[in-house]
Design a protein around this ligand. Sequence first.
Ligand code: FES
Ligand code: FES
Length: 148
Amino acid sequence: MLVNGERHRLTVDTRTSLLDLLREDLRLTGTKKGCDQGACGACTVLVDGRRVNGCLTLAVRLDGAEVTTIEGLADGDDLTPLQQAFIDQDAFQCGFCTPGQILSGTACLREGHAGSAAEIREWMSGNICRCGAYPKIVKAVEQAAGKR
Ligand code: FES
Ligand code: FES
């Protein structure tokens, strides 16, 4: 498996989730475990460019896959436009949902689903924020889409 551009040869239990593989085996703890049952989006990562819930994805399915986590987005100190927009818009409070929000927003932008605030809300609806930072999260995605 390729994780953030780095090749890993791993042997995993067939029951291991991608989320646990990332956090426990590869020590990439930026990806968060919220509900561990597909309801919150805190564990969102990209697999071959598509967003998935890491807690619902069995790691053994991903032989040869390319996985991107929050640790793999920035180029050194150069943040992606969406990461910078989250800072500019102050789009978090506790920050626990933020890695998942940013990965989901990254895919939302690439998919062309950031045409309006309503569209962003719809296509980011799988990412829950207990702090209720939604208005600023939407503004951050709008900024990255060039709408602010
Ligand atoms: Fe995966 Fe909540 S931890 S959706
Ligand atoms: Fe706290 Fe979203 S910033 S859960």
